[in-house]
Design a protein around this ligand. Structure first.
Ligand code: DAH
Length: 345
């Protein structure tokens, strides 16, 4: 090994210029590759005698560091043409745009409903999604053999107990939790996710969202319920909206009703959205059954109240005329971006 061998490489490195990444890579292989010139000197170094090792060891290491540093410099400076000879980097091109997220339609509708009822003095209450039979059924006056208690409709988390755990099938369970926790007057709405053992289709899903409402005080009547629903419907669907109530049945309300709003698309003339009737069903409601009040420790001789429940996806479907429930859960950007311009709330 001679000193000149090292100096020669140092001089070459000093002079080295590369225009492209491909040339830099070639230079790296030429000096540092398996059969490279610097590597060859290291191989030779292994065979020289001890006295010489002291002289050349340091110089060789310095050489290697210099070559590596130079290659890094060249790499940073060379045009980004790529080994495949691709197009040159055009720094004047616009950058990749960032995708801006937007609120999910169900979140938009939930917030709108919460805002409307906040104006009427309602607070938001929440409860667990994994509930027990007592809060979902028993305290809401469901008879023991009611079909909703069946495995076919309800997802059970732990069956076989007296009070099995299950995924709540409606947000009415939050009514019960609120009445247990608070004394009247009570004015709450309870938005949340619910679960039912349904085959997924355009009209049904095993996960969806509801908003429950509950108002309990002295002397609350059906007229108050009707007025609250009418005011809500006009805020939600426009000031000309009409409502109609049809008698119905729910175990936890007596009397019970289903509420339709006048179709805001055909204005009552009849179209394919309202199936020619001029009306769209939006919610279920009624006067809280005295059994339900008593089960949660509220004196039904002193207090009365009303409750209502609606599906958020259903309201969103009517608002935006989305005809397939599955769109809400598939996170297809093309669908979600449709709502990007919805008002920021
Ligand atoms: N819990 C009912 C359901 O899931 C909706 C409902 C109907 C809630 C009437 C209520 C009510 O509070 O009064 O279908």
């Amino acid at each position: 090994m001679k000193r000149e061998d090292i100096d020669k490489i140092l001089a070459q490195i000093e002079e080295l210029k590369c225009k492209t990444q491909k040339e830099v890579e070639e230079a790296r292989v030429r000096f540092l590759g398996k059969k490279g010139e610097v590597t060859a000197l290291f191989d030779e170094f292994r065979g020289i005698d001890k006295a010489q090792k002291a002289e050349f060891g340091k110089a060789l290491n310095e050489l290697k560091q210099k070559v590596q540093a130079k290659i890094e410099d060249l790499k940073a400076g060379a045009a980004d043409e790529g080994a495949a000879g691709g197009p040159k980097l055009d720094l004047s091109m616009p950058g990749d745009p960032y995708e801006l997220g937007s609120r999910h339609p169900v979140s938009i509708v939930r917030q709108e409903i919460v805002d409307i009822f906040r104006k009427f003095g309602y607070d938001v209450a929440e409860g667990p999604e994994i509930e027990d039979d007592y809060h979902v059924f028993e305290a809401l006056n469901f008879p023991a053999n009611h079909p909703a208690r069946d495995m076919q409709d309800t997802f059970f988390v732990s069956a076989g107990h007296l009070n099995p755990l299950l995924l709540r099938t409606h947000t009415s369970s939050v009514q019960v939790r609120t009445m247990e926790r608070m004394a009247p007057p009570i004015r709450v709405i309870c938005p949340g996710r619910v679960f039912r053992n349904e085959a997924i289709s355009a009209r049904a899903h095993c996960i969806f969202h509801q908003v429950e409402g509950l108002y309990i005080d002295e002397g609350v009547t059906f007229a108050d319920l009707k007025q609250a629903i009418l005011l809500f419907a006009r805020e939600m669907f426009g000031p000309d909206t009409q409502i109609r109530m049809r008698p119905s049945y729910f175990p936890f309300t007596e009397p019970s009703a289903e509420v339709d709003v006048s179709c805001n698309i055909c204005h009552g003339k009849g179209c394919n959205i309202c199936k020619g009737t001029g009306w769209l069903e939006i919610l279920g409601c009624g006067m809280v059954d005295p059994n339900v009040l008593e089960a949660s420790g509220i004196d039904s001789t002193k207090y009365s109240g009303f409750a209502f429940g609606m599906g958020l996806e259903r309201i969103a479907m009517l608002k935006w005329r989305v005809n397939d429930l599955r769109h809400y859960f598939e996170n297809d950007m093309r669908f979600l971006q449709e709502f990007a311009s919805a008002p920021e709330i």
